[in-house]
Design a protein around this ligand. Structure first.
Ligand code: PEP
Length: 266
């Protein structure tokens, strides 16, 4: 089975309306005509404006999070239907910056702020299922901290997170619409990239988890991405790995030329 490469840019807490418009304007002419699916994930507030700018292009829109309930007394939350209405095709779920599992805690971030990033395996499962049921393609993030890797627990933690992330996906959803992103926490925003051979080993392991849980066709169909300091200089080697179907890109997605070069490597 051929899997379409997916390159997703996570803008995080970056992008006022003016900045978002400027970045999209620079990016669109630089993107290659390739078979890869390219998605950008601006902050919630910029989604409708960016959606309008992407109309008629091959670039899709994604959000950085969602809530699993469709409506109700959940102050500050955003549902799958709201994201669809804003023009989203995809949504990131369970990013380590939302699981409250930072590798190197930000000294400005106190315990109360960390606690407000409440995602865990259970909420990630609910969010991924709500996204899939709502017609959004979830990108479910998994990955170990440096301490967990050094303790020899990386594989067990990643498998547990991956199993949980797909555990509630409705039976009628196609796994070609689901992505899992291996994002070692120690490689996110640090400039430290996971060795390509090790990233390939982990991504193959994640595919195996999906195959075991949902069947071999699901394992073949699911897209497994790598994320963690992906840059133009390392993208070619990472994306050449047989079990790495794309990249989730943070910092480099804020630079139009860098993000376009990563997309060209897919
Ligand atoms: C991310 O935020 O998912 C990420 C991989 O960030 P960066 O590319 O900056 O390491």
């Amino acid at each position: 089975m051929t899997r379409r490469p997916l390159i997703a840019g996570n803008w995080k807490l970056n992008g006022t309306l003016g900045q978002a418009a400027e970045l999209v304007e620079h990016l669109l002419p630089l993107l290659p005509q390739s078979s890869a699916e390219v998605v950008i994930c601006p902050p919630f507030t910029a989604l409708p404006a960016v959606s309008a700018m992407l109309a008629g292009t091959t670039v899709a829109l994604g959000a950085q999070d969602l809530f699993w309930k469709p409506s109700g007394a959940y102050t500050g939350q955003i549902s799958a239907a709201m994201l669809k209405e804003a023009g989203c095709r995809t949504v990131i779920v369970g990013h380590s910056e939302r699981r409250g599992r930072f590798g190197t805690p930000d000294p400005d971030m106190d315990a109360a702020v960390l606690a407000s990033f409440a995602d865990n395996d259970a909420t990630v499962a609910l969010k991924a299922a709500a996204a899939a049921a709502g017609g959004l393609a979830p990108i479910c993030c998994v990955g170990e901290t440096l301490a967990e890797r050094q303790a020899g627990h990386a594989d067990a933690i990643i498998c547990k997170q991956a199993r949980a992330a797909i555990g509630r996906i409705p039976g009628d959803c196609s796994f070609s619409e689901i992505a899992l992103a291996y994002e070692p926490v120690w490689a996110i925003g640090t400039g430290e990239v996971c060795d390509a051979a090790e990233a390939e080993r982990i991504c193959a392991m994640i595919r195996g988890v999906v195959a075991e849980a949902a069947g071999s066709r699901a394992g073949e169909a699911v897209r497994v991405l790598y994320g963690g300091s992906v840059k133009p200089g390392n993208a070619v080697e990472l994306l050449a790995q047989p079990n790495i179907d794309g990249a989730l890109v943070g910092g480099a997605s804020l630079n139009a030329a860098d993000f376009a070069a990563i997309a060209a490597a897919a």
